[in-house]
Design a protein around this ligand. Structure first.
Ligand SMILES: Nc1ncnc2c1ncn2[C@@H]1O[C@H](COP(=O)(O)OP(=O)(O)OP(=O)(O)O)[C@@H](O)[C@H]1O
Length: 471
């Protein structure tokens, strides 16, 4: 890369200046923004006061220009770099056949005293939310619990004729829904930079919708959202019960599907389980492919830990972990992947502090709180309350001798959950449920196991309840 920048005032600026500007930008805009948006920029040249940066997609250039352009110029000013204007041009990939570079995005310094035209809510809405650069397919570890979701995501990321529309990904907290959606977006943008791929959470969709209403820019809002090529909406359960947002979402959804544009949705549960979602939306969400990210199993957790350690080593090299430490963590931390990552980050910090091998004892000591939390078992009370909510039965009925099916089945489910999620013995469970005999509990647990194998509704109920209680 050229090491020297020409300043329009004749002074020379070395590459160090860009380095310095980057440092202060990190402080000014925060580490996350910096890593996602500024770090990937490549400095191309600086001529006549125009500093040019290479970006991978026009989306990236557009985003940086709108959101950080002003701050970048401010930092250049501080360093007296003589930069008046920024240009972001999409750099063709080396391996790709020579292709025409796209028209660069430019950020021109606003002319004082004329105020810079602020991007309207709707213009910003088009850009969605920033993508996390760590959330790529490369970094997604595939195992049994997520293989179907991964395969579907890969298929959608290949682009081409829409096959699963919408793709609906669901699963418990921290199981990789957002990661997969960002991975699809990165891949699509890499394959086809001209595509308008918009990712945002359902909450952001709602706020942008409200802002457009308030600013009387609904027409813009509608046409912008209807002009995207791929729309991804994360955590769609958020709009349940929010009627006008649902309505708008429904129309956007239909318009895009009609144009055969790809839609990808995520939620913490299956479409049919989201209370407060209009029936017409619920059924449309089931039109395409609905896939489930199951809770992680031991092998997947271990794979994720190993991958993260490798990544860490490739950056910092020195990291020694005794045999058995990762296995221990994969065994003991059974919650979501975010918790696993948190545990590892702490171990990495510890390793860099002590400067020697991380042993099992050290890991146990430094992660005591996380391990304790993971040990936390669901209480009987929580199970009973959840069952009452879920099946709409009264606690007094659950504990009563009543045997009608609408009471007996929830009670059996509660016993099954108690057996699987708590350390309680059969007699203890029986006692808690209105002083029943332990054989009744054994029978209930068996009954639910049997029903789960025969009746998909029971299997789904059991899985959902277990997830909700473990979340
Ligand atoms: N299979 C995986 N391989 C590697 N990292 C993973 C995997 N699954 C999850 N992660 C990591 O775990 C963290 C949480 O994942 P993510 O944010 O995608 O979860 P989520 O399902 O969207 O959760 P939430 O319901 O809280 O939004 C992220 O840092 C992600 O990279």
């Amino acid at each position: 890369m050229a090491a020297v920048l020409n300043l329009h005032n004749g002074k020379n600026m070395t590459n160090d200046t860009w380095g310095q500007a980057r440092e202060s930008l990190q402080t000014a805009i925060g580490k996350n923004n910096y890593q996602t948006w500024i770090e990937p920029l490549t400095f191309v040249s600086c001529e006549d006061g125009v500093a040019e940066f290479g970006v991978q997609t026009s989306f990236q250039g557009d985003w940086v220009s709108r959101n950080f352009g002003e701050e970048m110029l401010r930092q250049f000013d501080k360093l007296d770099a003589g930069v008046d204007r920024l240009r972001f041009s999409v750099q063709p990939k080396r391996s790709a056949p020579a292709k025409q570079a796209q028209a660069p995005e430019e950020f021109a310094r606003p002319q004082a005293p004329k105020p810079q035209k602020k991007a309207t809510a709707t213009e910003e809405a088009l850009l969605g939310a920033p993508l996390d650069k760590r959330f790529t397919f490369d970094r997604f570890v595939v195992g049994k619990p997520n293989e179907l979701a991964h395969a579907a995501a890969r298929r959608v990321a290949e682009g081409g004729p829409v096959s699963f529309n919408p793709l609906f990904l669901y699963g418990g907290v921290g199981l990789g829904k957002t990661h997969l959606m960002h991975a699809i977006a990165w891949e699509l943008q890499q394959r086809s930079p001209e595509l308008r791929v918009v990712y945002l959470s359902a909450e952001q969709f709602m706020y942008r919708f409200i802002q457009a209403l308030r600013d009387r820019q609904m027409m813009d809002f509608k046409s912008l959202f209807r002009s995207v090529d791929v729309l991804m909406v994360d955590d769609v359960q958020f709009i349940a019960g929010k009627d006008s947002t649902q309505d708008e979402f429904f129309h956007t959804f239909n318009a895009l599907i009609d144009q055969q544009k790809q839609i990808i949705i995520s939620a913490d549960r299956a479409p049919g389980e989201i209370d407060g979602l209009e029936e017409r939306i619920r059924s449309r969400l089931q039109w395409g492919l609905v896939v489930d990210l199951h809770p992680t199993d031991y092998e997947l957790r271990l794979g994720i830990l190993q991958q993260k350690v490798e990544q860490y080593r490739s950056q910092y090299q020195e990291l020694k972990i005794s045999d058995g430490v990762l296995e221990f963590l994969a065994h003991r931390i059974s919650n979501n992947v975010r918790v696993l990552e948190g545990a590892l980050t702490r171990l990495f910090a510890l390793a860099s502090l002590v400067g020697r091998e991380i042993t099992l004892e050290m890991a146990q000591e430094s992660l005591a709180d996380i391990l304790r939390q993971s040990d936390r078992k669901v209480t009987m009370d929580e199970i009973m309350r959840k069952i009452c909510d879920y099946y709409n039965v009264r606690m007094s009925d659950l504990l009563s001798p009543k045997r009608s099916r609408n009471i007996a089945r929830p009670r059996q489910m509660a016993m099954w959950l108690a057996k699987h999620l708590t350390q309680r013995s059969y007699p203890e469970i029986g006692k808690r449920f209105g002083n029943r005999d332990h054989t009744t509990v054994i029978h209930a647990v068996r009954k639910i196991e049997e029903l789960k194998a025969q009746d998909s509704q029971v299997a789904e109920d059991a899985e959902l309840l277990r997830r909700m209680l473990e979340a």
